[in-house]
Design a protein around this ligand. Structure first.
Ligand code: NAD
Ligand code: INS
Length: 357
C-alpha cells in the first residue's frame, strides 16, 4: 500500500456487524476497499461477497489474515474468537480493528497488550464506537472544559429490544455493559476500581436462567460512582442514555429527541430508535474512517490506531471479569488489573488513563 493506494481490507465475520462494515467501507469510507471476506458460513460469505465486487472469499479466517495483499483486518466475528484472531493479525504485523470486546476474558486481552508492546507499534484498535458518537463527544467536551464542575456521578441506561436466546448473564456484561465500562473510562478519564452487580426480578421475556435486567455499580479510582441499568430484552426500542452529574450541573445524552410531531387527533411524539445500527450509524462511520486514515498516516512502521486501543480493551475486560464474579457471588468485587507501567508504550490514544510510562 502506498499513500495514494486504497487500503486493502479483509473483513472477518460478515453477520450483522460485518456486513454493515463491508457496506460502509465500500460505499462511505474513503481510502479503503474490501478485498477479502471470510465467514464460518460459506453461504453467508457468498451472500455478502456478492455485494462487494472486488472481494475474494477465503474460508479459513487465519488464511484470510495472512493473504499477502491484505493491508489491514476488520474483525466482526463472535466475541469468543476475537483474541486468537487479533493475535494472528499481530503475528502477521497487520493493523486490526476488532469489534468489542477485545477478548472475553482479561488474560486473553492482556496477552494482546503484551504482544503488541513487544512489536513496538500500536496496531490494535477496539470497536468502542461510542467514543466517535457526536453526543458522547459533546458530553466529554462539557466535562473536560469544566462546564459541569467536577463530575461526581453518572447514571446510565442500556436497553436493547431483545437479544439472541443464546445470550447468558455473563455475556450481558461482556457484550453490553462493556460499552458503559469504556464510556466511563472515556468520559471520566480514570480507571474503574470496583464493580457490584445487583439482580432485580428477571423479566418474563428473558430466556430461562438469564439475569435480565441487571443493575451495575462502578466505582472509579477517585470514588466517583456510576450506576447502569442494563436490560437486554426490554422490548420497545434501543435506548442508551448517559447522564453525568457534576458539582455545577448535569448533562444527559441519548434522549431520542429527533423530530417531535403533533398530529390530530390529539397525539404527540417522535420516533423510537429501533437498534444500535440506527443509533450509532454516524459513530461506526467515523470510527472506521479514522482507523483507515490512521493506517495511511502510520504507514508500514508507525502506529495505526486512532481511538481506543489494546489497553482500553484490556481495562474493560478486567472490569468485566470482576463483574462476572460479582454476578456469581453477589459481592462487591475489586478489579484486578496489572499496572500499566509494566506493559510499555502500547495502549490507547483515546483513553484518559494514558499516563507517560
Ligand atoms: N459495536 C457495536 O455496537 C456492536 C454491535 C453488534 C455486534 N458487535 C460485535 O460484533 C461481533 C459480531 O456480532 P454480530 O452481531 O455481527 O454477530 P453475527 O452472529 O450476526 O455475525 C457473526 C458472523 O461471524 C461468523 N463466524 C462465526 N465464527 C467465525 C470464525 N471463527 N471466523 C470467521 N467467521 C465466523 C458467523 O457465521 C456470522 O456470520 C461481536 O463481537 C459483537 O460483540 C458490536
Ligand atoms: O453486541 C451488541 C452491541 O454491542 C450493541 O451496541 C449493544 O447495545 C448490545 O447490548 C450488544 O448486545
Amino acid at each position: 500500500m502506498s499513500d495514494t493506494q486504497d487500503l486493502r481490507v479483509a473483513v472477518l465475520g460478515v453477520g450483522v456487524m460485518g456486513a454493515d462494515h463491508v457496506d460502509r467501507i465500500n460505499r462511505r469510507i474513503s481510502g479503503a476497499r474490501v478485498t477479502v471476506i471470510s465467514d464460518a458460513s460459506p453461504e453467508r460469505a457468498a451472500q455478502v461477497g456478492a455485494t462487494a465486487r472486488d472481494a475474494q472469499l477465503v474460508a479459513d479466517p487465519f488464511e484470510a489474515i495472512a493473504v499477502e495483499d491484505v493491508d489491514a483486518v476488520l474483525l466482526a466475528t463472535p466475541s469468543a474468537v476475537h483474541a486468537e484472531q487479533v493475535l494472528a493479525c499481530l503475528h502477521a504485523g497487520k493493523p486490526v480493528l476488532c469489534e468489542k470486546p477485545l477478548a472475553t476474558d482479561a488474560e486473553g486481552a492482556l496477552e494482546i497488550v503484551r504482544r503488541e508492546a513487544e512489536l513496538g507499534r500500536r496496531l490494535v484498535q477496539v470497536g468502542f464506537m461510542r467514543r466517535f458518537d457526536h453526543e458522547h463527544e459533546r458530553l466529554k467536551s462539557l466535562i473536560d472544559t469544566g462546564d459541569l464542575g467536577q463530575p461526581l456521578m453518572m447514571h446510565c441506561a442500556h436497553r436493547n429490544p431483545a437479544v439472541s436466546p443464546r445470550c447468558d448473564s455473563a455475556a450481558v456484561i461482556t457484550n453490553s455493559v462493556v460499552h458503559e465500562i469504556d464510556a466511563t473510562r472515556f468520559l471520566l478519564g480514570e480507571e474503574i476500581m470496583a464493580i457490584t452487580v445487583l439482580r432485580p426480578t428477571p423479566s418474563s421475556h428473558a430466556a430461562e436462567g438469564l439475569q435480565d435486567p441487571q443493575l451495575v455499580i462502578l466505582e472509579t479510582e477517585t470514588g466517583r460512582m456510576v450506576d447502569i441499568e442494563v436490560f437486554v430484552n426490554a422490548g420497545v426500542g434501543y435506548e442508551v442514555r448517559t447522564e453525568v452529574v457534576g458539582e455545577r450541573g448535569s448533562a444527559m445524552i441519548g434522549l431520542d429527541v429527533g423530530l417531535v410531531r403533533r398530529t390530530e387527533p390529539g397525539s404527540w411524539g417522535g420516533q423510537i430508535t429501533p437498534g444500535f445500527r440506527e443509533r450509532f450509524g454516524q459513530a461506526y462511520d467515523s470510527e472506521v474512517q479514522r482507523w483507515v486514515d490512521a493506517i495511511h498516516a502510520g504507514g508500514r512502521s508507525g502506529d495505526c490506531v486512532d481511538g481506543p486501543g489494546s489497553w482500553d480493551g484490556y481495562a474493560a475486560a478486567a472490569v468485566c471479569a470482576a463483574g462476572i464474579r460479582s454476578l456469581e457471588t453477589w459481592d462487591r468485587i475489586e478489579v484486578d488489573m496489572v499496572p500499566r507501567s509494566i506493559i510499555g508504550r502500547s495502549g490507547s490514544a483515546g483513553a484518559a488513563p494514558d499516563q507517560p510510562e
